[in-house]
Design a protein around this ligand. Structure first.
Ligand code: ADP
Ligand code: MG
Length: 532
């Protein structure tokens, strides 16, 4: 508050709250740590799932870090910054979201200890930044090169371990690798080209890959063919209807004959549109907009299968799969057609889908995921999402690390050496950073019901002896070479996790003043009470 003479001047609106200095830092650190606590128990193959129920009663059962945090609807600003770490991790790599968040939480916890010992927050932030830069180099140096589909399958399996999809992970890994291989090109791999379609009914083992597109649609009329072989596919992004007369133009119909004439003209135009479609050779029409009833009638008489109001994303995928061009130019329809070996409407369980498949040179494919219930299918979908992400980045860079906490233990070891070369109090922060990374093996051990201290001591000893790839075998409780166990993760996932966790923590540490419109107090208390 500023004063002019004895007159206070209010620069903040009423009801806003300001927290400064150590209080602001403690508040932010507490909020960040709470987020990390919320996901800790889900880490690793033996991690637990969470059941989340939203205000409308919708239930989600999941093990996926980013999903948990998004469903939790966190709204404390500092906590939100940690949630964004998970979101960035997910967007960039598709996996490692829990890892990134618990590393951030531990960096915050250790920063708090340093702050309590009067190390200045800027010093901590700087030390963390040095350590992160060094960590990047260490990770690059311990990564190994891989090539070939077997490695990709291992990566996919590691990413899906502990998720709902576990029982069918071999099949799903095969499908994921096949899908990525189908859509990869010189320009890279666009995950939009792998459409994931979920269908409730059947079992996860019925999941399969379609070289084309699966639409959650039915044909426009039941007189249309249900099955078209060697289809010529037309993709329209304009409605199939006679253009409405302009709003301001008035139509004066004064006699029945005139009305008849008007309708006849409309019908004539419609017939012409349909004729143009049929003449182009199209046997399947997928329209993003409406198709007039009369046009549907003519199309079904001509034996054409038509789908109306298709999703824009389906049209895009259809274009990539069939080679068709999306058009609305009736003058030149033939040139826009694409090919599909088979287009068929099928009933699966309670659901109806249109399969556009056997596309000769499909640049977009569809992973059809099946499962007995909505919850199973959704969790399989999330696991497959992670697998697609990791297989994509590995197919792109071919660089991997061992899993099971091996890289974190190695990083901690080498960073402690590096700390000796750092002068001043930043050294303390580098050491804290090294220790913070060990939260990953510690949590893997804890979640597997093992003693985290014993596990960590064993792991450190093996790494001191030069065993780079030794991590924790969560099934036996022993340390083991993770490469030999086929537990592998993309380098990029770990790089991103360390980087985004550090960035968010640095940002939080540099804040010493929180000015909030409205009251944050309630939210802080909610966090203090949150105990996961
Ligand atoms: P995230 O959201 O961070 O990917 P996960 O729950 O998927 O979290 O757990 C990932 C961690 O589990 C990684 O450290 C990974 O190496 C480890 N992990 C995966 N499979 C195994 C395994 N079979 N044995 C030991 N650790 C594993
Ligand atoms: Mg994972």
């Amino acid at each position: 508050m500023a004063y002019v003479g004895s007159q206070p001047i209010y620069i903040l609106s009423e009801g806003s709250r300001r927290t400064s200095g150590r209080d602001a830092q403690s508040m932010n650190i507490a909020a960040g740590k709470a987020v990390s606590r919320a996901v800790r128990t889900t880490l690793g193959p033996k991690g637990m799932d969470k059941m989340l129920v939203d205000t409308s009663g919708t239930v989600v059962v999941t093990n996926d870090g980013v999903t948990i945090l998004e469903e939790m609807d966190v709204d404390h600003p500092a906590a939100q910054m940690i949630v964004e770490v998970a979101q960035t991790q997910d967007e960039e790599t598709g996996d490692g979201t829990t890892t990134a968040v618990i590393i951030a939480g531990e960096l915050l916890a250790r920063a708090e200890d340093l702050l309590e010992n009067d190390v200045h927050p800027t010093v901590v932030a700087n030390g963390y930044r040095f350590a992160a830069a060094e960590a990047r180099e260490i990770l690059e140096s311990i990564a190994t090169d891989v090539e070939g589909d077997d490695s990709l399958r291992e990566i996919a399996i590691t990413a899906m371990t502990g998720k709902g999809a576990e029982a069918s992970r071999d099949l799903l890994a095969d499908l994921v690798v096949e899908a990525i291989r189908a859509v990869e090109s010189e320009d890279g791999i666009d995950l939009d080209d792998v459409v994931v379609e979920t269908i409730v009914g059947g079992g996860v083992a019925d999941s399969h890959l379609v070289s084309g597109v699966v639409m959650d649609k039915e044909r426009a009329h039941e007189n249309m063919p249900k099955r078209v072989e060697d289809a010529k596919v037309l993709l329209l992004d304009a409605p199939v209807e006679v253009r409405e007369t302009e709003i301001d133009s008035q139509l004066d119909i004064t006699s029945p004959a005139q009305l008849e004439q008007f309708l006849a003209r409309e019908e004539g135009e419609m017939r012409e549109m349909v004729e143009a479609i049929v003449d182009s050779g199209a046997s399947v029409v997928v329209c993003q907009k409406a198709i007039d009833d009369l046009a549907v009638h003519y199309l079904s008489k001509a034996g054409v299968m038509a789908v109306k109001r298709a999703k824009k994303s389906d049209l895009r995928a259809l274009a990539r799969a069939t080679g068709a061009t999306i058009t609305s130019d009736y003058e030149d329809l033939d040139a826009a057609l694409g090919d599909a070996g088979l287009v068929e409407q099928r009933e699966l369980g309670d659901e109806t889908r249109i399969f556009v498949e056997e596309c000769p040179d499909a640049k977009a494919v569809t992973l059809v995921l099946r499962g007995g219930t909505e919850h199973v299918v959704s969790e399989v979908e999330r696991a497959v999402h992670d697998a697609l992400g990791v297989v994509r980045v590995t197919a792109l860079d071919g660089r991997v690390l061992a899993g099971g906490g091996a890289p974190e233990v190695e990083l901690a070891r080498q960073l402690r050496d590096f700390a000796d070369s750092v002068s001043g109090r930043e050294q303390l922060a580098v050491e804290a950073f090294a220790g913070a990374l060990e939260i990953v093996p510690r949590t893997l051990a804890e979640n597997a019901g093992l003693d985290p201290i014993d596990s960590l001591v064993d792991l450190r000893a093996r790494h001191d002896a030069g065993d780079l790839h030794v991590g924790l075998d969560v099934y036996t409780g022993a340390t083991a070479d993770m490469m030999a166990q086929h537990v592998v993760e993309p380098l990029r996932v770990k790089l991103q996790a360390v980087e985004s966790a550090t960035e968010a923590v640095e940002l939080l540490l540099r804040i010493d003043d929180v000015v909030a419109a409205g009251d944050l107090k309630g939210k802080d208390e909610a966090f203090d009470e949150m105990d996961f």
